[in-house]
Design a protein around this ligand. Structure first.
Ligand code: AMP
Length: 128
């Protein structure tokens, strides 16, 4: 089944400049900005500029340049936040919610970078 990209999703509107974002980084193929409902002291979203729905969609169909740029952008944000465990930072979590079971709300690939507090167990069952 082919991936279907909805050009009216909110991150597509951010990329077209139709609604604002609190930008932290822009590269040739990626954009990073603050999440409007932060779940941690640092909560940054990194998105590719291309029309990709999920992480697997991007991983399988993006160009090498887009993939390299996206991964590098995530690294740059981590470095700029000072959260790298190997560099004296306290660590972080990267999450890419995908599809129904992943509880993805915005259907444009985004990676959450969460940091600045103890994040607890990786998963909780619904209702916990
Ligand atoms: P999810 O699709 O479940 O991985 O999460 C979507 C995330 O996008 C949520 O954490 C929202 O708070 C965030 N979000 C929704 N609209 C905006 C916006 N206009 N600017 C920044 N973050 C947003």
């Amino acid at each position: 089944m082919a991936y279907t990209y909805d050009t009216n999703n909110i991150f597509a509107k951010i990329l077209r400049g139709e609604i604002p974002c609190n930008k932290v980084l822009e590269t040739e193929h990626s954009l990073a900005f603050h999440d409007v409902r932060p779940q941690a002291p640092a909560h940054i979203l990194v998105i590719p500029k291309g029309p990709f729905v999920t992480f697997d969609h991007f991983a399988l169909e993006a160009s090498d340049a887009e993939r390299a740029d996206f991964v590098a952008a995530i690294g740059t944000v981590c470095r700029d936040l000072g959260i790298q465990p190997g560099e004296g930072g306290a660590g972080y979590r990267v999450i890419a919610n995908s599809g129904d079971h992943g509880v993805q709300e915005v259907m444009h690939l985004h990676v959450h970078i969460l940091a600045g507090r103890m994040l607890g167990r990786m998963l909780a069952k619904p209702g916990e």
